[in-house]
Design a protein. Structure first.
Length: 318
């Protein structure tokens, strides 16, 4: 790829997901018998990179991933899976002292899930990783960030990329108990919280479009340039400080909600890298998130661009 090729860089976590399916999720102290399990690529950084890589295939957009994996079998598996999605792993570092991160995921018959993440090498990411990825951060058109690595590293990466002109997109997941670092708010171009993250960050539950609008305004006052409040099956409200709008949900039959948020952000980044307006990018992102819920798995649930185009044509914006 030439230096003129739009680059989407995901800087974040790489996990292997161990997913178990059962009729219902166990209560504390209880054991339930499951129906099946799978061991697959996961982690918000790698999920968003993989989903963007699948969308970008043949579109003239480059996708790369920066972060850390361990020198172990899970690390080898992660590399192989990410390469299958067309993700450039040149910025990815190996950590001899820490294992590759894992996520233990339980999913019930109604597609609800609970997740335990053991960060491993992800939690060792620091400013040396930012320095190592300097060339990529400075060339990125869109930088995808999440909160499964330390916030100080997220802040340093955001500053480095934004100073070079990148659009910085932060998925505030998992929602931090004590909120975002005060300096991080100012480095975010687009924040994409879901319902629980919105409540954690603003104290407002986005149960209605009006509630989501109030939450978006609260986020803008904290310093972000644009807020996209994801309301799950109720759609997305967005506000960029001067314009705002509502994107109605796509009508689909969900089977697994694990990767919806990651595919949403990947679709958003892909659209922004191609120069679409924020309003249209939100619609594309919503279609990607919706399609992800119709498939099982995390990275493997990511849609191809043709699927997105088909869904948007079948259900045009109202």
């Amino acid at each position: 790829m030439s230096d003129n090729t739009p680059l989407i860089l995901s800087f974040g976590s790489i996990n292997i997901d161990v997913t178990a399916r059962a009729a219902r999720l166990p209560r504390p102290g209880e054991t339930v018998h499951g129906e099946s399990y799978a061991v697959m690529l996961g982690g918000k950084g790698s999920n968003q990179a993989a989903a963007a890589g699948r969308l970008a295939a043949g579109a003239g957009v480059q996708v790369a991933l920066a972060g850390r994996i361990g020198q172990d079998g899970f690390g080898i598996q992660a590399r192989q899976e990410l390469e299958r999605f067309g993700v450039d792993l040149s910025p990815l570092r190996e950590d001899a002292a820490n294992p590759t991160g894992i996520a233990l995921i339980g999913i019930d018959e109604s597609s609800e899930n609970c997740i335990t993440v053991v960060g491993g090498a992800n939690m060792a990411v620091d400013e040396t990783d930012v320095s190592s990825a300097d060339e990529w951060l400075r060339r990125a058109k869109v930088l995808l960030l999440q909160l499964e690595i330390p916030q100080l590293a997220v802040l340093a990466a955001a500053r480095r990329a934004r100073s070079a002109g990148a659009i910085v997109v932060l998925d505030p997941a998992p929602a931090p108990e004590h909120g975002l670092l005060e300096d991080l708010w100012q480095e975010i171009d687009i924040l994409t919280p879901n319902e629980s993250e919105t409540f954690q960050l603003t104290g407002i539950r986005p149960d209605t479009v009006e509630d989501a609008a109030r939450a978006a305004e609260a986020l803008l006052t904290k310093g972000v340039k644009a807020a996209l409040v994801k309301m799950g099956s109720r759609g997305v409200f967005w506000h960029d400080g001067t314009q705002s709008g509502y994107s109605a949900p796509f009508r689909i039959q969900p089977v697994d909600t694990v990767a919806a948020g990651d595919c949403f952000n990947a679709g958003l980044a892909f659209a922004l890298a191609q120069g679409h307006t924020l309003e249209h990018a939100v619609r594309i992102a919503s279609a990607c998130g919706a399609l992800a819920t119709t498939r099982h798995g995390a990275a493997d649930a990511a849609p191809e661009w043709n699927d997105v185009v088909t869904l948007m044509a079948a259900q045009p914006a109202e």
